[in-house]
Every structure is written in structure tokens, then in C-alpha cells.
Design a protein around this ligand. Structure first.
Ligand code: 13P
Length: 304
């Protein structure tokens, strides 16, 4: 059995990152709506198979996060999509959270569902070759939010998830996403992300999660998408790295950013700048969904 720490290190091998292709059935429908394509089991299979058949994909992509349907899906020729990835040395991973639930009646803040059944739900994936998992917590910035209650609950769930995942020999991708929507400033994004990451790492340590066997998937530090502040690539890169240095243990092998609604060009440029500045032991790479698929989706446009 491959060791957790080795898997985590291989995922963030120099020059490689993760493709997040784990959109839920609802989310992929929205993506397909944007290209006037009907989302069916077959069209989702065609699209994702096309993505995974990219020439020399494994020169750049070390792992792909899959949704449950894709993990066990076969194409018209009865070939498994997951095995196609394994055959080209891309690790298959699984999105294992069950989406968001409001924390209280006001319905603004959420926690991530699925912890009670996590251990049993992991088994079929662990038994069928999954190497890693993903759990996404969502933190919004707004009037009087995030509250401590929201940060504590989501941090504690992320740590419980990470521990259970590691017990099943699956590398947990710990994703606390501070959402870009809103009119908040770059500075507010920095403050909230710093507080969030500090609480997440406190929880991970309290639960005795092996930090050498996780990957962190954070947001970059950017102004809200409705803010008057213009995105400054160099400033975002500097602030992102500053924030990570303040919060993230040196034991963590890699940090794989989400793109969170940034365009593929902006997400790539910020990551490039961060890597120019980085003098820390972690590898810094991507685990992009939209920023890797945006152009591919348009070009595919539902064609065979
Ligand atoms: P985006 O890069 O589109 O934010 O998606 C990454 C992801 O996996 C969200 O959970």
C-alpha cells in the first residue's frame, strides 16, 4: 500500500497540479447550460473523457478530483474513466463531502454535510484505487460574517474529515474556501483568510492529523468581485504568500490553490508570481476547476 506522505508529495511533484473535475450534477448542469448543451449521464461522460484524454496530460496533471458518478462511470466501449486516468499515471481522487447546510435560520452561513457517514462512504473508493479525497468548507465575507461559530464548526469538521480520510489511507485535501463574491477589500480577504487558516490548523493539530499527509487547498488573497479595488496580480501574490507564511505549518508538503471564479489567466498569473516569491518548503500549485476548464468547455461545446 502506498504511503500517505509519498502520495501527497507525488501529487505536488514539480510542475504538476490537480484538475478539479468533481462538479456535482447541479453544478455541471450550469456549466453545460453556458454552452447550450444538455447535461445527461452520457454528455457528462463524453466531456470528462475528452478532458482526461488530453495528450500528455500527466506531464502537467498528477491527480484528478472526481465526482462519484465519474469514479464508477464507463464509456460506450465499457472502459472505466477512472482506469483511463490510472493508465496514464494520474491519481484518481474523490470529492467526499455532501454539500452545504445552513448553520442557523438566517441561512447566510453554512457548514459542510456528510461527516457522520464519512468513514463508511470512503470504503468503496479506497477499495477501488482512490488516492485522495476532497472536503470543501465555505466561508463568506459580509456584514458581521464570518462569525466565530461558523469558523469553529467548519474548522472542526475539516479536521475530523482529514483524520478519517487518513485512517483510510487517503490523502485529505483540506479546502477552506473564503468566497470571492462581495464588495470586501483585499485587506478584508487577507484578515478573514488568515483567521480561517489559523483556526483550521489549530483544529488539525488538536485532532492529531498527520500534517505531512495532507494538502491544503486555499483561496488566493484577492479583493471581492464587487469591490471598487482592481485586482493587482503582484499585490495578491505578495499577500497570499504572507498569509500562508503566517498560518501554514512547514510540515505540509503542498498547497494547491482553488481558482474560485478568477479567470484562467488571472489564476495562472497569480500562481506564477507566488512561485517566484516562494522561499518556503511547500510546493505551491493548482487544483483548479473553472480556471482549467473554462477554455476547454467552450471549445468542446458539446461536440463529439
Ligand atoms: P474552482 O477552481 O472552480 O474554484 O474549483 C475548485 C474546486 O474544487 C472547488 O471545490
Amino acid at each position: 500500500m502506498e504511503n500517505l506522505e509519498n502520495i501527497a508529495e507525488k501529487i505536488v511533484e514539480k510542475g504538476k497540479g490537480i484538475l478539479a473535475a468533481d462538479e456535482s450534477t447541479n453544478t455541471i448542469k450550469k456549466r453545460f447550460d453556458s454552452i447550450n448543451t444538455v447535461s445527461t449521464e452520457l454528455s457528462r461522460c463524453d466531456y470528462r473523457e475528452t478532458l482526461f484524454s488530453t495528450t500528455n496530460i500527466s506531464n502537467f496533471i498528477s491527480g484528478v478530483i472526481l465526482f462519484e458518478e465519474t469514479f464508477f462511470q464507463k464509456n460506450k466501449n465499457n472502459e472505466s474513466l477512472k482506469e483511463k486516468l490510472e493508465n496514464v499515471n494520474c491519481y484518481p481522487g474523490i470529492k467526499i463531502d455532501q454539500g452545504l447546510e445552513p448553520i442557523n435560520k438566517d441561512k447566510i452561513e453554512t457548514y459542510t454535510k456528510g461527516i457522520e457517514t464519512l468513514d463508511e462512504r470512503l470504503k468503496p473508493f479506497a477499495d477501488n484505487g482512490a488516492k485522495f479525497t476532497k472536503w470543501r468548507a465555505v466561508i463568506n465575507i459580509g456584514k458581521k460574517i464570518p462569525t466565530n461559530e461558523c469558523l469553529e464548526k467548519n474548522s472542526s469538521l475539516l479536521a475530523k474529515y482529514a483524520l478519517i480520510s487518513q485512517k483510510n489511507n487517503l490523502v485529505p485535501i483540506v479546502e477552506p474556501e473564503v468566497i470571492m463574491d462581495g464588495n470586501h477589500s483585499l485587506e478584508e480577504c487577507y484578515k478573514v483568510t488568515k483567521k480561517t487558516l489559523n483556526m483550521v490548523f489549530d483544529s488539525l493539530k488538536k485532532q492529531n492529523v498527520n500534517l505531512k499527509g495532507i494538502l491544503l487547498k486555499p483561496n488566493m488573497i484577492v479583493p471581492g468581485n464587487k469591490s471598487n479595488e482592481k485586482l493587482d496580480i503582484a499585490e495578491s501574490a505578495k499577500k497570499t504568500l504572507l498569509c500562508l507564511r503566517d498560518c501554514v505549518s512547514e510540515q505540509v508538503p503542498g498547497i494547491v490553490f482553488l481558482s474560485g471564479g478568477l479567470s484562467s489567466v488571472n489564476a495562472t498569473m497569480i500562481l506564477n508570481e507566488i512561485n517566484k516569491l516562494n522561499d518556503y518548503p511547500w510546493k505551491l500549485s493548482f487544483s483548479y476547476g473553472r480556471a482549467l476548464q473554462e477554455d476547454a468547455l467552450k471549445i468542446w461545446a458539446g461536440k463529439k
